[in-house]
Write a protein that binds this ligand. Sequence first.
Ligand code: COA
Ligand code: AMP
Length: 630
Amino acid sequence: MRYADLHRRSIDDPEGFWLEQAQAIDWIEAPKRALFDERAPIYEWFSDARLNACWNALDRHVDGGRADQTALIYDSPVTHTRQSYTYRELRDRVAQLAGALKARGVGKGARVVIYMPMIPQAAEAMLACARLGAVHSVVFGGFAARELATRIDDARPKAIIAASCGIEPGRVVHYKPLLDGAIEQAAHKPEFCVIYQREQEVAQLTPGRDLDWHECQFGVEPADCEPVEGNHPLYILYTSGTTGQPKGVIRATAGYLVALAWTMKNHYNVNPGEVFWTASDVGWVVGHSYIVYAPLLHGATTIVFEGKPVGTPDAGTFWRIIQEYGVVSFFTAPTAFRAIKREDPAGEFVERYDTSSLRALYLAGERADPDTVIWAQEKLKVPVIDHWWQTETGWPICGNPQGYEPLPVRIGSPSVPMPGYDVRVLDEGGNPVAPGQLGAIAIRLPLPPGTLPNLWQAEDRFVKSYLATFPGHYETGDAGYIDDDGYVYIMARTDDVINVAGHRLSTGAMEEVLAGHPDVGECAVIGVADALKGQLPLGLLCLNKGVTRDHAEVVREAVTLVREKIGPVAAFKLAVVVDRLPKTRSGKILRATMVKIADGDTYTMPATIDDPAILDEIAAALHGIGYPAR
Ligand code: COA
Ligand code: AMP
C-alpha cells in the first residue's frame, strides 16, 4: 500500500508533496510555494521560482559528472545511420544553435515553430529554444501545409526551424515545399527560417528568408541558459479538438520538469545512466516528454529512432535496438505492436535477439487491447504496462509505478491515478457514479504540475473546452469506469476525436475539409474499428442536388483533398456516397449510431431519430464498401 499512501498524500497535501519533488530540479531561484490558486479555476505551479529547462536537461549533467556519457543515440534504419552524442557534445551543439538564434533576435518568449522528422537536430532545436526561454511549437511531419499554416498563424513564430525532407518507407517527404506552401498560406510571416539540409534531399533556400543550419551557426557565440519564471511556457503543442482549429496546449516550464522527474524512476523505473527508449515522434506529446525532456532531465540515455516497427527493414527492428543499446524501459503505442504481431505472429524475430536488458514495456496513446498486451507479455517476458495520458496532461494520468511499487497488472486497465490526479467518474449531471459504472472521466482541480495551465491565447476556449461541463473538474473527454480496487478503465472518447494508429485526429476537421469539395453538400466522418490502427476515419458524403458524376471519382477526390489539406497522417482512405444522413429531429447527425452499424455492433434505435429508414440505407452503403469488416 506504499503507493496508495503516496497518492493520498499528493492529493491531501499537494503543496508539501510537490515542493518535495521539486528538489530533483536545479533552480536558479528555488520555489517558495508550489500551487498558485489565486485565479482558480486557472492554476499555476512554481510561479515564484526561476530555472532553465535546457540547463536541467544538459548543462547540469555536463557539470555533474556525465559529460562523457551518451545522452542521445540516433538510430535510423531508413538512412542506415547510427550516431551518438555525449552530454557534452549535445550541450555544445545546442548552445551553438541557440547562439545563432539569439544573434538573430530570438529571445525569451519568442515563438519558434519546428517542423522536422525524427533526427537529432529536432531535439537540438527544441533544447536550443528552451535554452533561450523561447517557446517552441513542434508540428508533426505528417501534417500538410494547411495544418502547418494554421499553427503558424496561431503561434506567430519569429522563426521556423525545418529540415529539407523526411523519409517515410518508400518515399521522401518534401518538407521544404510544404513549409514554403504553409508560409504562403499563413497570414503571419516568420522573420527567418533555419533549414537543416539532409543529404537525401537538398532544398532550394529562399534568399533573404532561409538560412542554412550550419552556415548560420558559423562563428556565433554559444548562448548561455536564460533564466525563466516557473510558469514561463516551455512550449506550445497543438492537438486536435472537435473543430478544424487545433488547440494550443501550453506547457509551463517548472511544473513539467518536476512532474517528469518524478516519473522517470517511479513510473518508468529508469536510473540515471541507463537507456530509455520511446518509439514515437517528437511531433507528439509522448515525444516531447519521453524522447526529449524526461530522459535527459534524469541523466539517462535517450534514443531518436527514425523508422517503423515493421518494414525498416523487418519486424525485428525493435528487438535489435533493445539488444544493441541495452534498453531497460521501452515505450511505444499499441498499434506498433499490432503491426509487429501481424507480421510475426509467432514472435520468431524476438527469439533472434537478446532483449534481456528490458525490464518492462510501456504502452500508451490509445487503448491497449488485451490480445496485443498478452502477445507482448508472452514474447518479451516482461510486464506490459498500459498507461493513460493526453497531450493536455504532458505525463501519465494513470499508470503503474514500476520503480516505486509495482502494482498487479490488470489487462484492459492503465492501472491507477498518478500523483496529484484525483480521477473521478461522473454522470451527465456531474454526480459521482458507483464503482464499475460507466461515466465521463473527470479530474478534480487543481490538476498536478506539468499539465496544461491554459490554451495559447485562448483562455475562454480553455475554460469552455475543459472546465465548464463539470465545475471544479477538468473534463478529460474520455469515458470509462473505476473498479472496486481503484483501477481505471478507459473505454471511449465522449467527443468527435478519434485515435488512428495512436495519433489523435478530429473528425470535425475532416468534415470541414470534405464540405469544401464542390460536389459535397453534407458529410459526416466517423471512426470505425480497425484491427491494425485501432480506428480509421470513414467519410459519408451526400452530394449536391443535380450532381450526376461517378461516385467513385468523387470519393477519390475526397480522399485526395483530406490528404492535401490535413496530411497523410489522417489516414483518410474510406468514403462512401449516401443519399441522406441519419439525424435527430433537431438536426444532429447520429454519428455514434453509424459507428455501431459500421462496426457490426448492436444498437438501439435512437428515440429522437427523424427517419429510421435512413439507417438501413447507411447499412447498405457501408456494406458496399466492406463494413462491418468482421
Ligand atoms: N511524415 C510524413 N508522413 C508521415 C509521417 C511523418 N512523420 N508519419 C506517418 N506519415 C504518413 C505515412 O507514411 C502514411 O502515409 P501513406 O498513406 O502514404 O502510407 C500515413 O502518414 C499514415 O501513417 P500511419 O497511420 O502512421 O501508418 P503507417 O502505415 O505509416 O504505419 C504503423 C503504421 C502502425 C507502423 C505506425 O502507425 C506506427 O508505428 N505507429 C506508432 C504510433 C505512434 O508512434 N504514436 C505516437 C503516440 S505514442
Ligand atoms: P493524445 O493527446 O494524442 O495523447 O491523445 C490522448 C487520447 O488518447 C486520450 O484522451 C485517450 O482517448 C487516448 N489514450 C491515450 N492513452 C490511452 C490508454 N492507455 N488507453 C486508452 N486510451 C488512451
